[in-house]
Design a protein around this ligand. Structure first.
Ligand SMILES: Nc1ncnc2c1ncn2[C@@H]1O[C@H](COP(=O)(O)OP(=O)(O)O)[C@@H](O)[C@H]1O
Ligand SMILES: [Mg+2]
Length: 372
């Protein structure tokens, strides 16, 4: 799938903007603060119905405006679709082909975008919540069953925690909620494990292609249970863990185990990335992770996602810039932002369409660096 037209109205620093994109490599070049990340953010929003920056939707609306609109025209084989989002101060309306979408989960992932953002460098040293968020967003884009199961689990977890805050816990209701929390978790654990296994099938290959090293990157899923392929085994493991921790939960008045406490750990040559990898290596691991995601999404959905690379080039030497461009799967629409005209190596210029972003307007730009 690719986006051939993106229209923004009153979105961030954009007043009105319409951009025609190419199915291949698109580069947005412009000075800081002009609206490059905002453009990627609008596409990411159409993929996930949320910004990648940890903010409320209302901040996406241009200052002093009442609402904001994002329209995306997509092409997939011979199918063309219109996706629209209107963001109001009190909520958002989503539609596909002018048909309003009742459940957000029916919209998420229809446009599948994978984003590299400089803030992804936090993945290793941030709290486990950040890494779980990564798992949930990516799995959610590929499966609305996953989103529904996660929503069910989170609702039950909230109820269970509310019971735990009461002075006299109704044990029968409390146990009933705990029991209902088991099955969604079995399914989520299986999907998370499979996803991590699939990432492990790609990440080292992409890392080695980028770095020309022999380093081995692995991701370990730190689950609440000892993983087993048999659902019944996972189920019984969970039940017995909840029984063991019940008294502790009652004492501490919170749910201490469950998928809301899981994590993933990255290693390089079997050492923790957090302790061992340099900043440069961490960046390469993130890029390899994003390229792995592209491959997995294609495997799961038979469609290539759109790859959004925000400020990725400036930190790479010319050799690595070239390698990255070479490695990008040819069928993936890629949108790259940069501030630096020096990033536009001839090898990149030959393959890309370039747009200049200035004060919230985007114009296709002629292939002559001196014009910047
Ligand atoms: N809701 C908003 N209304 C108007 N301008 C905004 C809004 N949110 C952000 N901006 C402006 O957008 C600009 C930042 O855009 P961004 O895409 O992050 O820049 P960059 O080109 O460096 O990636 C800043 O000038 C900021 O003031
Ligand atoms: Mg930016």
């Amino acid at each position: 799938m690719y986006i051939d037209q993106l229209r923004l109205k009153s979105f961030r620093n954009y007043d009105q903007c319409a951009i025609t994109l190419t199915p291949g490599i698109n580069i947005f070049i412009g000075k800081n603060g002009q609206g490059k990340t905002n453009l990627l953010e609008s596409i990411y929003f159409m993929s996930t119905t949320k910004s990648h920056r940890n903010i409320e939707d209302v901040q996406l609306i241009k200052l002093n405006e009442e609402f904001s609109c994002i329209d995306c025209h997509t092409c997939y084989e011979d199918q063309k679709l219109w996706f629209s989002a209107v963001i109001h101060k009190k909520g958002k309306n989503l539609s596909i082909r002018n048909q309003s979408v009742k459940k957000v989960s029916e919209f998420i992932g229809k446009i599948n975008a994978v984003l590299f953002s400089p803030t992804d460098m936090n993945l290793f040293d941030a709290s486990p919540k950040y890494r779980r968020h990564f798992l949930d967003v990516e799995l959610g884009k590929m499966s609305n069953i996953y989103i529904n199961q996660l929503n069910t689990y989170n609702r039950l977890l909230k109820e269970r925690n509310a019971y735990l805050k009461q002075d006299n816990v109704d044990r029968i209701l409390f146990d009933a909620i705990t029991e209902q929390m088991i099955l969604p978790q079995v399914s989520i654990i299986k999907k998370r494990q499979l996803f991590v296994d699939k990432l492990n099938g790609y990440i080292t290959k992409f890392y080695q292609l980028m770095t020309e090293s022999d380093d081995v990157i692995k991701i370990k899923y730190d689950s609440v249970v000892n993983y087993d392929i048999d659902d019944e085994v996972i189920k019984h493991d969970l039940i017995s863990k909840y029984e063991t921790t019940r008294d502790r939960d009652l004492l501490l008045r919170q749910t201490n185990i469950g998928i809301h406490r899981e994590d993933i750990v990255f290693t390089i040559n079997d050492f923790d990335v957090l302790a061992m990898a340099s900043q440069g290596q961490k960046r390469m691991i993130i890029i390899a992770l994003k390229l792995s995601l592209v491959a997995i999404i294609h495997e799961y959905t038979n469609e290539y996602p759109i790859l959004l690379l925000d400020d990725v080039l400036s930190e790479l030497d010319n050799h690595k810039k070239n390698r990255l461009i070479q490695i990008l799967p040819k069928k993936v629409q890629t949108i790259i932002t940069t501030t630096d005209p020096e990033d536009l190596l001839d090898s990149i210029m030959n393959q890309a369409v370039i747009y200049k972003i200035e004060k919230g307007s985007a114009n296709q730009w002629m292939k002559n660096k001196s014009m910047i």
